[in-house]
Design a protein around this ligand. Structure first.
Ligand SMILES: [Mg+2]
Length: 286
């Protein structure tokens, strides 16, 4: 089965270029909502094994496979099982929007220290939540960021009630607030998935880039791909769609049905490239 071909002109062009020059392709994917289903407990959001197996196959076919996530790199590696799956020996995980890095090739982590403002805000948060009567809100410590999760409250009004005070607290300490699916993420400014993606595109010298994401935090990566297109890099933008967020569907070349749809598409791409490999990209086994 071949992967669904993007309908848009630029997406279709990128898709054809990937088939012709897979070794010059960077495949970049978000983690939560794209590789892993969204769950009530973020500690239980394991990657779809079909998607992980597909990334393992793609690792042998394309130039580079990278996971770009807001999660700490260690968490993504653990929830993805990336250190245990065959074929992922060249995978790179960029955690905390690119501040952290894990290279499967060496097994080494690069983990810069936590900013002081994050520590201070984390200390102040429980008091603020108690004042608002929202002490059941889950606080996720991400090192350089703090996730304030409201999913378990089962109350959409809670998120609206929280947003103002959370923004005030963050801004008082020079931090940003990034809204997501039933979560407000407080983080240090100056780095986003767009910066992370651009850096790795330059690092590996990619001529084509695929990026798959599901949420507002992926928007900077989408914008980076749009910018890269003006610089001669073909870009294919994939939305992992859900009923919770539609900010990316309009600007995507392909809209897939959540993590299962992404897993299926990546598997089909791997199968197609495996089939084509001897003719188009050197001998099998490279
Ligand atoms: Mg996501």
């Amino acid at each position: 089965m071949s992967p669904t071909r993007p309908q848009s002109g630029v997406g279709g062009q990128a898709y054809e270029a990937i088939l012709v020059r897979p070794s010059e392709t960077l495949v970049a994917v978000d983690f939560d909502g794209t590789l892993a289903p969204i769950t009530d407990d973020p500690e239980q959001a394991y990657a779809d094994p079909v998607a992980v197996a597909a990334l393992g196959r793609l690792g042998a076919l394309v130039g580079q496979v990278v996971v770009i996530t807001g999660r700490p790199a260690r968490t993504a590696v653990r929830l993805g099982g990336f250190d245990r799956v065959q074929g992922l020996d060249r995978l790179v995980v960029l955690g905390q929007y690119g501040v952290e890095r894990w290279d499967a090739a060496t097994g080494e982590y690069v983990l810069p220290p936590e900013p002081e403002a994050i520590t201070t805000v984390r200390e102040e948060l429980p008091g603020l939540l108690a004042d608002l009567g929202l002490d059941r809100v889950r606080i996720e410590n991400k090192g350089r960021a703090i996730g304030v999760h409201t999913r378990e409250l089962r109350d959409p009004a809670a998120l609206r009630r929280l947003e103002g005070p959370i923004r005030d607290l963050a801004e008082r300490h020079g931090l940003h607030v990034e809204p997501g699916k039933s979560v407000l993420e407080i983080r240090a400014p100056g780095i986003d998935k767009g910066d992370a993606l651009r850096r790795i595109v330059v690092e590996v010298g990619a001529r084509q880039v695929v990026f798959a994401g599901d949420d507002l935090g992926d928007l900077p990566a989408f914008r980076a791909v749009e910018q890269l297109r003006t610089e001669g890099v073909d870009g294919l933008l994939i939305c992992s769609a859900s009923h919770e967020e539609d900010a990316l569907t309009e600007i995507s070349d392909l809209v897939l049905d959540g993590p299962a749809g992404v897993a299926e598409w990546l598997s089909a791409l791997a199968a197609r490239l495996e089939r084509d490999r001897p003719a188009s990209d050197g001998p099998a086994g490279n």
